[in-house]
Design a protein. Structure first.
Length: 312
């Protein structure tokens, strides 16, 4: 385990409040400056603070990750990037549970309120509005509730991968790469979308390798889209499967993260493969079970990124 990884896991694993984020920003600033990089914080929509290391406007590749921490939930965010139908069915199941729970609570309270003397209009209003209030409250809790204290995979793994790559790049490759840690990914990609709007060249023309949840799984997925298929050959040469990590580069994969904000965005995630039908999936994130940190994955990504940067 690198010094960076150990310190972040021990001291900066939760990055949700303004104070927590500020402490983390100061740590990254010190680390970047010791490695000889320029450092700045760019402000974005809804108070986002993006951490920018190096010169992104002259770089040939951008390595990114989001550093904000999600709220802790009673159920995991279950993602199947190559099986969109399964992913959508899970999301619909969660929404369905929310609606059943909300309306159940709402009608239960409404039934009790009906026993209390009040006008018929007031009672009907309570029964009609209360479930909607509960639904909105639950959704807000998902976005702004108490921080998940265990973030090994989502997204301490991505953060440490970016910083380890930054520190490990040889001197002759430093000018080719820049690094950005995005804020407010969990609440709607606000950090990356703000960054993309300020840096039009990056948004349109260079590869943005985004690491999000890269430490819990033996298969490393590189999710491409129509505009990033041209990078397949470079990725295949730089990131080669070994005895610890299997690489899968997919032309048709959906990965909902900051890579979506860029034409050259490539989403990178570690996945497990189910014994049934061989479905690649991610679980545990957004819950207290997010504690798996495979050091082999971070070393693999660091070595691959060094090779990729050298080839550009």
């Amino acid at each position: 385990m690198t010094e960076t990884t150990r310190e972040i896991l021990e001291k900066y694993q939760v990055r949700k409040t303004k104070k927590q984020k500020t402490a983390f920003i100061e740590y990254v600033k010190k680390t970047a400056e010791l490695a000889g990089y320029d450092f700045k914080v760019e402000k974005g929509a809804f108070g986002a603070r993006n951490i920018v290391i190096g010169d992104p406007d002259s770089a040939k590749v951008l390595y990114t990750a989001h550093y904000d921490t999600c709220a802790r939930l009673p159920f995991p965010n279950f993602i199947t990037p190559k099986n969109i139908l399964v992913y959508l069915m899970y999301q619909l199941l969660i929404v369905g549970v929310f609606f059943v729970l909300s309306f159940g609570i709402g009608f239960g309270i409404g039934f009790i309120m009906a026993k209390i003397p009040m006008s018929e209009i007031a009672a009907e209003l309570i029964i009609a509005v209360l479930p909607q209030i509960i639904i909105i409250s639950l959704l807000l809790l998902m976005l702004f509730g108490p921080a998940n204290k265990n973030t090994a995979n989502d997204n301490t793994s991505g953060v440490t991968a970016v910083i380890d790559i930054m520190r490990a790049l040889p001197e002759d490759s430093k000018d080719k790469a820049a690094f950005v840690l995005f804020d407010l990914e969990e609440t709607g990609l606000f950090g990356s979308s703000s960054f993309a709007s300020k840096h039009k060249k990056i948004k349109k023309s260079i590869p943005v390798i985004n690491f999000d949840c890269v430490s819990d799984g033996e298969t490393m997925l590189f999710a491409l889209k129509r505009t990033t298929k041209k990078y397949r050959e470079l990725l295949e040469k730089a990131f080669v499967s070994d005895s610890f990590v299997t690489v899968e580069i997919a032309d048709k994969a959906f990965y909902p993260s900051d890579n979506s904000s860029f034409k050259g965005g490539i989403g990178v995630a570690a996945l497990k493969r189910s014994s049934l039908f061989g479905v690649l999936y991610m679980d545990r994130i957004h819950t207290k079970k997010d504690v798996i940190y495979r050091e082999e994955n971070i070393r693999f990504l660091t070595d691959g990124a060094i090779k990729l940067t050298h080839m550009l």
